[in-house]
Design a protein around this ligand. Structure first.
Ligand code: HAM
Length: 422
């Protein structure tokens, strides 16, 4: 039997992994610019954590979690998202005592038993950030600006939609309006909506059923039911986004697939991935820290899907960062020995260097350099060596220059590294 990865689980092969590293590097740099620090949390948690945070009537908790009883009979779940775990850690380690606003980010795999398709996997990866302890609308705009900056620096074209889902004060009023609306449409609802319309009416707006979606076009808008405090909060979010010149559309039907959201929610959307439009999404979740047993602190965050970001990047003619700085091509046994020592010395100076010891032809070594996507090739032949010279070829401009070699390898490598890395 041929061994294969599970359906919806994917290997990330080296070429693709280089793209992942680019995305992670850009995101980490930007998160740091905004004062976020990394936190790493476990993949397995008690099932109750997700039921309590994401919500019992969400698709994720009802249908998609990888849950199982461990050897002691405890119900465990492979995390379907990162927010619940980060909040659990935040509460468990009293991180709120350390500073008034904790800005945290985490990267890693998530698991949802969904129907796999392009950009939708069962094991997927998120880069997610959470800001805990601040309820000011400026932090909402700041976090949206940070997400937009990641998208911008990756050179991607994505649109932004925002909404406000209100707070426990105004939500009941909207829920009632929704229940009244749904009462007129009893016969046309799908079984999920039928079940959820009393338990959790907001959830119906997230239904993927075509009939239901068409029907909900006429549903009441949450923005007409916000309390004055939520209206004012949302207005400042919009003011700040305008001040930062961040383009967005207000979409009052965006309810998100998780129950913990209050006030500002947002999604970064693309048309390039078929049905999987969201490359990132998030929002405010005031009250969630408290519900999970922590202090009454507000929070807001978002997550971006790595698979979707890298799919978009792979489709555009953006240059990959070159993983190899120098490929050393040698001709002759003396040159190969010298190359061996030079490669080590150049690596000690911070250059990424590859060479081959099989004594292949120059043509074959140049092909390898191409495959490695190397920026430069250093060609060393026994004849050139005798003259104390080598040739440095720029693989992008195809320019070739003679460079003098030196007995002082460390100093020579340092000069070359300075030239190449700066
Ligand atoms: P989410 O909308 O469920 O939010 O997921 C965020 C992002 O993860 C999506 O926009 C998408 O890019 C990616 N994603 C989700 N499911 C899949 C999948 N099956 N395959 C590939 N990519 C996927 C959350 O998870 C929240 N925890 C975000 C958040 C953080 N809100 C506040 N803080």
């Amino acid at each position: 039997m041929k061994l294969k990865a599970l359906k919806g689980f994917k290997d990330i092969l080296p070429d693709e992994a280089a793209l992942w590293q680019d995305v992670e590097r850009v995101a980490r740099q930007i998160f740091h610019r905004f004062g976020y620090r990394e936190i790493r949390v476990p993949i397995l948690e008690n099932t109750g954590l997700f039921a309590r945070s994401i919500g019992e009537t969400t698709d994720i908790v009802e249908k998609e979690m990888y849950s199982f009883a461990d050897r002691n009979g405890a119900s465990l779940t492979m995390r379907p998202e990162g927010t619940a775990s980060v909040l659990r850690a935040f509460i468990e380690h009293n991180l709120h005592a350390e500073r008034p606003v904790q800005k945290l980010y985490t990267l890693g795999p998530m698991f949802r038993h969904e129907r796999p398709q392009k950009g939708r996997l069962r094991q997927f990866h998120q880069m997610s950030v959470e800001a805990l302890g601040a309820d000011q609308p400026e932090i909402d705009a700041e976090i949206i600006a940070m997400a937009s900056m990641v998208i911008g620096e990756l050179g991607l074209d994505v649109s932004l939609e925002i909404n406000s889902l209100g707070c426990p004060k105004c939500r009941p009023d909207f829920n009632q309006a929704l229940v009244d609306f749904l009462a007129q449409s009893q016969d046309s609802l799908c079984p999920d909506c039928e079940r959820r319309r009393y338990k959790n009416p907001l959830r119906v707006l997230d239904c993927k059923n075509k009939n239901c979606q068409e029907h909900y076009v006429n549903a009441p808008s949450i923005l007409d039911h916000l309390c004055p405090e939520c209206v004012a909060h949302f207005q400042v979010v919009e003011l700040c986004l305008n001040a930062l010149d961040i383009k967005y559309k207000v979409n009052s039907f965006m309810v998100r697939g998780l129950d913990y959201y209050t006030r500002t929610t947002f999604e970064l959307l693309t048309n390039a991935l078929g049905a999987q439009g969201a490359v990132g999404a998030g929002g405010r979740y005031d009250g969630l820290v408290r519900r999970l047993g922590g202090p009454a602190l507000p929070g807001i965050g978002f997550a971006m899907g790595m698979e979707r970001l890298t799919l978009l990047l792979a489709e555009q003619p953006k240059k990959l960062s070159k993983p190899v700085d120098v490929f050393i091509a040698t001709l002759g046994s003396v040159a190969q020995e010298k190359g061996f020592l030079m490669a080590h010395s150049m690596r000690q100076q911070g250059l990424a260097v590859v060479m081959d010891y099989a004594g292949r032809s120059l043509k074959s070594q140049m092909k390898q350099a191409d495959r490695h996507n190397s920026r430069f090739v250093l060609i060393i032949g026994d004849d050139e060596l005798a003259k104390g010279q080598a040739v440095l070829r720029d693989m992008e401009s195809h320019e070739q220059v003679d460079i003098a070699l030196s007995e002082n390898l460390a100093a020579w490598s340092a000069t070359l590294a300075e030239k190449i890395l700066n």
